[in-house]
Design a protein around this ligand. Structure first.
Ligand code: SAH
Ligand code: SF4
Ligand code: F3S
Length: 461
């Protein structure tokens, strides 16, 4: 029997996550918050009593997905209701924060709308939604004064061999194209003691690798036990003291916040993996200024040079936007030049998408036509893919330590990540799952590597 609001009766929860890794972390924490009131994971929306869409507002396409998904869920809600049941639908994340009231208006089948800073209050919202019985939704998109991290359960579902840990949230940078400062709010750093405790719990539950997350993770300045503000570089070295933790990563960084302590950590701390995602957006000083990135291309190249001096094998990744308002051919050439200079191991690139409420979207007469954006994107992506392939090919014949954390796409295969974040697959049995193994790279594909298992490697030696 399915209880309405009865504690101790298992109800099924399905969460669909869009957007960045912080949203994936948040989804896991929402599941943790709902576990004590009886929610267990569902395989899909069809068998769920509650579906949460954890949404992303970064580009128009991402935001529009929400409404089409809500349309599909409405049909499911009707089916459930016809059988005397109920499917509660919640919209969380950055679209919820940005346009909560509009969601309620456009999609009356939504029971709950909650922002990224209020999900510790979910049990209360669920209870209210059940009391309302389908009429009238619950909207909670506050930026509460209490930090949600202080109200989340310590007990967390295990994340496996590679785990995420949010250390910093929000952004005060206000790049002119970006919604994040509005959807996530002001920068906030969690205290060191909380992070160390959470890291220890993750390691005890089987994590070998922890990725420290933040919208501006290297702006981290949390207080240590003595009340002193500490940098991310310091935090990395502190976490590296945890026995059993083999790998540390962090994402996403801003070029202005790569301080000496963090760059030094790349040279000094073997557990800090030789891979860094460092978004640059553009190689044109004029566009960087219009984006309010607050640094020029030369600054970025200097940071890269210092990082490579500290850690010569560091692999770099980045984000690019083409077609920012006013971007000329000459500006785009500057971006291509920066790509040639750095040679990224991997990268993400996007057409500029005007976002409501951001300063760049209000620039009336300088929007770049879509066809030109598409042309530039294709040229940029061809260069980035060429560099990624070259980086991958340079790894063939090498032995790399791979953390195998998931089944491969074919039976009898496992997949994992190299120190440089490359996807690697190898013919291995399930026994190797959750382990770091030295494997020999046999073949490079466009975006992954094929490896030979350790015994084959012994033959080759
Ligand atoms: N905090 C990170 C990035 C957050 S968003 C940073 O400071 O770089 C992830 C990426 O989405 C950005 O790096 C940017 O390349 C892209 N992006 C953000 N807003 C965008 C927009 N309006 N149009 C296109 N791409 C955008
Ligand atoms: Fe957005 Fe800029 Fe903040 Fe990154 S630094 S989240 S791109 S405003
Ligand atoms: Fe998207 Fe929000 Fe992350 S807008 S990229 S989910 S911070």
């Amino acid at each position: 029997m399915k209880g309405k609001g009865n504690e101790g009766v298992a109800r099924k929860l399905f969460i669909r996550t869009y957007g960045c890794q912080m949203n994936f972390y948040d989804s896991a924490r929402m599941a943790d918050v709902l576990a004590p009131i009886g929610y267990v994971p569902a395989e899909g929306p069809e068998e769920a009593d509650m579906v949460i869409l954890n949404t992303c507002h970064i580009r128009e396409k991402a935001a529009e997905k929400v409404y089409s998904e809500l349309g599909r869920l409405r049909a499911l809600q009707h089916e459930k209701a016809a059988q005397g049941g109920r499917l509660v639908v919640a919209v969380a994340g950055c679209v919820a924060q940005a346009e909560g009231a509009e969601i309620m208006r456009r999609a009356p089948n939504v029971d709950i709308v909650l922002g990224p800073q209020t999900y510790h209050r979910l049990p209360e919202m669920v209870a209210r939604a059940h009391r309302a019985g389908g009429g009238g939704g619950v909207l909670d998109t506050d930026f509460p004064v209490e930090a949600k991290f202080d109200h989340l359960p310590e007990q967390a579902a295990p994340q496996g061999a590679s785990a995420f840990l949010t250390v910093q949230e929000g952004c005060d940078k206000f790049c002119t194209f970006c919604v994040v400062p509005y959807t996530r709010g002001a920068e906030y750093s969690r205290p060191v003691a909380d992070i160390v405790a959470e890291a220890r719990r993750l390691v005890a539950a089987g994590a070998l690798e922890i990725t420290l997350l933040g919208q501006n993770v290297n702006a981290y300045h949390g207080e240590d036990e003595g009340g002193r503000a500490r940098s991310l570089g310091w935090l990395v070295r502190r976490l590296a003291e945890i026995d059993g933790l083999a790998r540390i990563r962090y994402t996403t960084s801003h070029p202005l916040e790569m301080d000496d302590e963090l760059i030094a950590a790349h040279g000094a701390e073997a557990k800090l993996m030789p891979f860094l995602h460092l978004p640059v957006q553009s190689g044109s000083d004029r566009i960087l200024a219009a984006m309010n990135r607050r640094h020029d291309a030369a600054h970025y190249l200097r940071v890269v040079e210092r990082l490579r001096r500290a850690r010569p094998d560091l692999a770099l990744s980045s984000d690019f936007i083409v077609g920012f308002p006013g971007e000329s051919d000459a500006d785009f050439r500057d971006t291509m030049r920066l790509v040639e200079a750095v040679r990224f191991a991997q990268a993400y690139s996007f057409k500029y998408s005007p976002r409501p409420g951001t300063p760049a979207a209000a620039i009336q007469d300088a929007q770049v036509p879509d066809a030109l954006k598409a042309e530039r994107l294709a040229e940029l992506q061809a260069a980035l893919q060429r560099d990624q392939r070259a980086f991958n090919e340079a790894c063939t014949g090498r032995t790399l330590a791979v953390l195998f954390d998931r089944p491969g796409s074919r039976p009898g295969q496992l997949a994992g990540r190299s120190p440089y974040m490359q996807a690697v697959h190898a013919p291995l049995s399930g026994q190797a799952l959750g382990r770091i193994l030295e494997v020999r790279i046999e073949r490079a594909n466009a975006s992954s590597l094929a490896a030979r298992p350790p015994d084959g490697q012994a033959d080759a030696a």
